[in-house]
Design a protein around this ligand. Structure first.
Ligand code: ADP
Ligand code: G6P
Length: 483
């Protein structure tokens, strides 16, 4: 029976070594959380990095790493330390990630890391080929594996290959600055179907294909000498039911069982029942606009001092890519900003910002989503932003206000949210005031519309649409061959 082979840099599970024991945690990030739901229901295997380097895994635990992955129908690829440095921290996260998010000043163009990126893409493609059988569909994910579609195509010309890019694709003027732009485009065009979250990213990609490779592009089809490649947008949804059910069945527990977070949230509600909680959740990443958000919050408190002791910003930043210098600098900047602003505004009974720099279990995420009156998500650039969708899905009484950056892919589908420009502090401050003062009836009306849409375009529908479009490319291929 044919299967789907999912391949992404990271597996949905992250394996770490603690006191000579393996510890498995779920991976953070939109790709892993979104795709996990498709994988668990389907007939698929998932190939990706375990999170450990080859050097880190003691001989006696090698088999166990494989078994832990296998228990979730995953195949763990182990990368060497040198590969993790050059491929993951290097080319993926110091070249492609900043470039595709328009952070050109952070973009490095090092030949050595490009070479490792190529090698590691070959390593992943080989792993796919080991498990590939005629009739299987291969679904390659994200910016770490841009060369994999072509590498598989070169060995298996008949394979049905889909590629999905989970981050923005930048405009031609930005993309053209990449020294290896031709190879990257050719790598992606090894697929039969290329998917993006939004129509804009799709358009930017097609424009680069036309102008750099000079291929003929008709509407959303690229004509290669031997094949046609279809390009389309598929906005990724969430596992709506999972978040809705988690919120509905949310058990706040007895005092003994409560987490520190729950206790603090409850104390806050008891002490200041009228005060509003403003939530922000992201990986600690410069694309997420966390520093801007804190500055905008300071501007808000300066401009509207009547909200002192009446609001609190609850900020969860999940550690991410901490070997990359920009992430280290951002961490220091945020620590400093939070300290300064808490010092500036705190009173005996109130601190304006609660800052958590850690990963939290799913239940705590639900605690946060369900307890906060406003979600303030201000990315400078974001391929999609699933947190915005998850917040709305957990608002089962339909209250709550989402403030969302227009630079997030999710903003295209969430017009009923309050949409802001993340660089405009004046607008953010005014919008925060509007959100805090929004009448319940208006919140309910906006959220009901959003919820209906998110429920319908959930992650299952996203995967199904992509898979159907991939299947359609098979038929197109047949008719192309018969011309
Ligand atoms: P990105 O993919 O850039 O990290 P998204 O907002 O699209 O941004 O996705 C983040 C995902 O990570 C969400 O699905 C969210 O639920 C999940 N997540 C965020 N924080 C945590 C956490 N502390 N523990 C587990 N999952 C988390
Ligand atoms: C984004 C990317 C994913 C990545 C995730 C977490 O969602 O699109 O490919 O897995 O961030 O980042 P990390 O570097 O920890 O895998």
């Amino acid at each position: 029976m044919s299967k789907t082979i999912i391949i992404s840099n990271r597996l949905p599970l992250k394996i770490a070594l603690e006191d000579d024991k393996l510890r498995v945690t779920p991976s953070v990030g939109g790709l892993a959380t979104g795709l996990k739901s498709f994988h668990k229901d389907g007939d698929s295997i998932w190939i990706g990095w375990s999170g450990l380097t080859e050097e880190e895994i003691p001989d006696h635990l090698e088999e166990e790493v494989k078994e832990k992955a296998k228990a979730e129908d995953c195949i763990a690829v182990n990368l060497t330390e040198e590969e993790v440095d050059g491929f993951y921290y290097g080319f993926s996260n110091r070249t492609i990630w900043p470039l595709f998010h328009y952070f050109m000043e952070f973009t490095e163009a090092e030949h050595a890391s490009w070479e490792i990126y190529k090698q590691v893409n070959i390593k992943y493609a080989k792993e796919v080929l080991k498990h590939y059988e005629a009739g299987d569909r291969v679904w390659v994910h994200d910016y770490q594996l841009l060369l994999v579609p072509k590498l598989i195509r070169d060995e298996e010309p008949e394979a049905i290959i889909g590629f999905f890019n989970h981050i923005p694709f930048p405009s031609y003027e930005v993309f053209r600055t990449l020294p290896w732009r031709e190879s990257v485009l050719e790598g992606m065009l090894g697929a039969d179907l290329i998917g993006f979250h939004t129509y804009d990213y799709e358009r930017h990609f097609l424009s680069s294909v036309t102008r750099i490779l000079r291929h003929k592009v008709d509407f959303n089809e690229v004509t290669l000498p031997e094949r046609i490649v279809k390009v389309d947008s598929f906005p990724m949804g969430i596992d709506y039911k999972k978040f809705e059910d988690a919120a509905l069945n949310h058990f706040r527990g007895t005092e003994d069982e409560q987490s520190e977070l729950q206790r603090r949230l409850d104390l806050h509600l008891e002490a200041t029942p009228d005060a509003k909680l403003i939530l922000s959740i992201d990986r600690l990443d410069y694309t997420k606009g966390i520093a801007n958000r804190i500055r905008a919050f300071e501007y808000f408190l300066d401009k509207y001092p009547e909200f002192i002791e009446k609001v609190r910003l609850v900020m969860l930043a999940v550690p991410s890519r901490s070997n990359v210098p920009q992430y280290q600098r951002l961490k220091r900047e945020i620590d400093e900003l939070v300290g300064r602003i808490n010092g500036k505004f705190s009173t005996v009974s109130w601190t304006p910002i609660w800052y958590f720099y850690r990963s939290m279990p799913f239940d705590n995420l639900i605690d946060l989503y369900t307890s906060c009156d406003v979600a303030l998500l201000t990315p400078i650039r974001d391929g999609m932003n699933l947190v915005a969708k998850e917040y709305i899905a957990t608002r089962t009484d339909h209250t709550g206000v989402l403030i969302l950056s227009e630079m997030a892919g999710a903003a295209h589908e969430m017009n009923e949210a309050l949409i802001i420009n993340p660089n405009n502090f004046e607008q953010i401050a005014l919008t925060l005031k509007q959100a805090i003062e929004m009448p319940k009836e208006e919140q309910i009306e906006r959220n009901k519309t959003l919820q209906k849409r998110l429920k319908r375009y959930n992650v299952e529908k996203w995967a199904k649409d992509f898979m159907q479009a991939l299947k359609n490319t098979e038929d197109n291929r047949r008719s192309f061959e018969s011309i």
